[in-house]
Write a protein that binds this ligand. Structure first.
Ligand SMILES: O=C[C@H](O)COP(=O)(O)O
Length: 236
């Protein structure tokens, strides 16, 4: 059983999201796909979708609050409206582009943990760290666990090397195995790989030891490609 997640990032409209979800839902049912599938649309496209039991809709981000005066943010009141109970936290784009600190990420994690959300928690190193070797890479990754309760029952991890995200450069199977096995030795949670996963490589990556699924950006935005990804991982 694998977990295949699609992160829309800043892509798709409300309308195209609804048709994507309808199409994927139908595909899962018709093809009896049993893997767990999670789709993270933009906040503006969240809705009360009717979905198969193995398809979950999650939020890409939300503030650590129920409601209040936090311009531009959403909280659990807005997520509850659509029954959203899954959230992505610590994505590298939020860390490196939007400037979220480990302290803020840990606060957000604690808040959504206290609400019982399923949390997909991302970790991963930038290129200069990777170039300094495995030991430094792991040190960097472990710092991203500061303030994070890794025993939380609803936790899924996603290892996403920053240099592989949206670049078309996938980590080698050797890179993935080394980092995944090191993380798995310390933390016994499902661990996804993310970073230029596509139709052609998803099966190989998801078959590696210590890889429990994939968190996919670019290659998941086209419904036909995502269906192919789901098909290619169906038997794993
Ligand atoms: O959340 C997904 C990851 O950032 C991977 O993105 P990507 O598949 O476009 O490389």
């Amino acid at each position: 059983m694998k977990i295949i997640a699609s992160n829309f990032k800043t892509n798709h409209t409300r309308k195209s999201t609804a048709s994507f979800i309808e199409e994927i839902n139908g595909f899962l049912e018709e093809n009896k796909i049993e893997n767990e599938v999670i789709v993270f649309p933009t906040a503006t496209s969240l809705d009360s979708f009717s979905t198969a039991s193995n398809l979950t809709i999650g939020a890409q981000n939300a503030y650590a609050v129920d409601k209040g005066s936090f311009t531009g943010e959403i909280g659990t009141e807005q997520l509850d409206e659509f029954g959203i109970k899954t959230i992505l936290i610590g994505h590298s784009e939020r860390r490196h582009i939007l400037g979220e600190s480990q302290e803020n990420i840990a606060k957000k994690y604690e808040f959504y943990k206290s609400k019982g959300y399923k949390i997909v928690y991302c970790i991963g190193e930038p290129l200069e760290v990777k170039q300094s070797g495995l030991e430094k890479t792991l040190e960097y990754i472990y710092e991203q666990f500061v303030g994070i309760d890794t025993n939380y029952e609803n936790l899924i991890l996603a290892y996403e090397p920053v240099w592989a995200i949206g670049t078309g450069v996938t980590a080698t199977t050797d890179d993935i195995i080394k980092v995944h096995s090191a993380i798995k030795e310390k933390i016994d949670k499902p661990l996804l790989y993310g970073g230029s996963v596509k139709v052609e490589n998803v099966k190989e990556i998801c078959s590696l030891d210590g890889v429990d699924g994939a968190l996919i950006g670019t290659a998941s935005w086209n419904a036909n490609d995502f269906k192919q990804i789901l098909e290619n991982t169906k038997e794993l």
